[in-house]
Design a binder for this molecule. Structure first.
Ligand SMILES: Cc1ncc(COP(=O)(O)O)c(C=O)c1O
Length: 407
């Protein structure tokens, strides 16, 4: 019987990745040595100088009090300087809002842009939060399916096929989660110009901007297409670049009126982001990225290893990602086979099977709007990566012969 929760509460989907995560936790508790390719976060700790800045901040009573909902002025300044250094764009401190991680920035962007009846174009595979944030704002997510043949990229032509008079927003992410796709500056520009011509807002999620390989360049949307800057909200943060996922510091910047509205929302929802975490973020942004080249080289090495192993497994098609820290292979051919006598209706079943049989946790494509694919994070130590890939290779190589060939 219903206990009378809101329609909104009924409409929000739980995380589709939860089934695998909770099964992994059960197996771990039962003593299994699980290798997890599930995590969407760096495996290295927050650098010591950042932690020390936070420790000092804890002792300062100024940080024990409420501060401006928009963020500490010094952090907004540091973010503006970082944007200038990274993209060449000059952004006023007042056009930046410090948020509880980039995730809250996504939510706020939807709240200030979308009304009931509006549509938001979301290229798939997508980060699982986007459609939920659109629904929470009362609007309708419209999935734009891409494929591995186009490196999971949308093009103006593909967007044309999905746009309607109700389209208000386009989500854009480069490098993207879950595919690791990086748009070239020209491709980014083409998408931005497409949106600008139609008066459509772009929410550009640039949280993975520093995680690029093979010389790929992830140009910021308003830098690539200044035409759309007046209708573009850019999302960033310290989580992925500085190993600071748990500190919860992100930001959003864009046109003054939109940021003012987002500040108002945040002032009623959660007030300021934890001061100590903001001080840590100031330290992160003000001190460059010591050691980051080494981190990037480690990700790059792991990326190559993972792609090589996956490409060598029959039935697995793995494009080479150029950014973030995920591989997103298609296993559609594998789904038509059986493995050790088991067959699979979808990748959720396959992921559970892999977890049970090989003690390897990975995420099903359904969670990202891309049935038939799996997401594997390579942000884990070399030894675990090697072990996990060996287990996966062994299990997936035990494919049974198709029925017609069994005599
Ligand atoms: C594409 C994308 N945007 C935003 C976020 C959220 O980052 P944060 O930890 O700063 O909230 C994530 C985290 O996985 C992500 O993958």
């Amino acid at each position: 019987m219903s206990i009378g929760l809101s329609e909104r509460a009924g409409a929000i989907a739980g995380s589709a990745t939860m089934a695998v995560s909770s099964r992994a936790a059960e197996l771990r508790a039962a003593g299994h040595r699980i290798v997890s390719f599930g995590a969407g976060e760096p495996d290295f700790p927050t650098p010591g100088h950042i932690v020390e800045a936070a420790q000092r901040a804890c002792g300062d009573p100024v940080n024990h009090r409420y501060t401006s909902a928009a963020g500490l002025p010094e952090l907004r300044r540091a973010v503006a300087e970082t944007i200038l250094a990274d993209t060449g764009l000059t952004v006023a401190d007042g056009d930046i809002l410090v948020t509880n991680g980039a995730k809250q920035a996504v939510y706020l962007a939807c709240m200030v842009l979308l009304d009931g009846g509006d549509e938001a174009l979301i290229p798939a595979p997508y980060w699982t939060t986007y459609p939920e944030a659109v629904r929470l704002a009362g609007a309708t997510p419209v999935t734009v399916h891409t494929g591995d043949r186009t490196d999971y990229k949308v093009t103006p032509e593909l967007l044309d096929a999905h746009v309607s008079p109700r389209t208000k927003v386009l989500f854009f992410g480069s490098p993207a989660n879950p595919t690791g796709t990086v748009y070239t500056p020209e491709e980014t520009r083409a998408i931005g110009v497409w949106a600008a011509r139609r008066g459509i807002w772009v929410i550009s999620d640039e949280i993975y901007q520093h995680l690029v390989y093979d010389g790929a360049v992830a140009r910021s949307m308003p830098a690539a297409a200044p035409e759309v800057a007046g209708r573009c909200l850019v999302i960033g943060g310290v989580s992925k670049t500085y190993g600071m996922t748990g500190w919860r510091v992100g930001w959003i910047y864009g046109p003054t009126a939109a940021i003012k509205a987002a500040v108002n929302f945040q002032s009623h929802m959660s007030s300021n982001v934890t001061n100590v975490a903001q001080v840590a973020a100031i330290c992160a942004l003000r001190n460059g990225r010591p050691g980051f080249d080494g981190v990037l080289a480690a990700y790059d090495r792991r990326r190559r290893l993972m792609v090589n192993v996956l490409q060598g497994i029959r039935g697995v098609d793995c494009p080479t990602p150029q950014g973030a820290f995920y591989c997103f292979p298609s296993v559609k051919r594998l789904l038509t086979k059986s493995i050790l006598g088991h067959s699979f209706a979808n990748t959720a079943e396959l992921a559970t099977f892999i977890l049970d049989e090989a003690s390897v946790a990975l995420l099903p494509g359904e969670a990202f709007g891309a049935p038939g694919c799996l997401r594997l994070s390579y942000a884990l130590d070399d030894q675990s990566l090697q072990t996990g890939l060996e287990r996966l290779q062994r299990l997936l190589s035990s494919q049974d012969l198709p029925r017609a060939h069994v005599h």
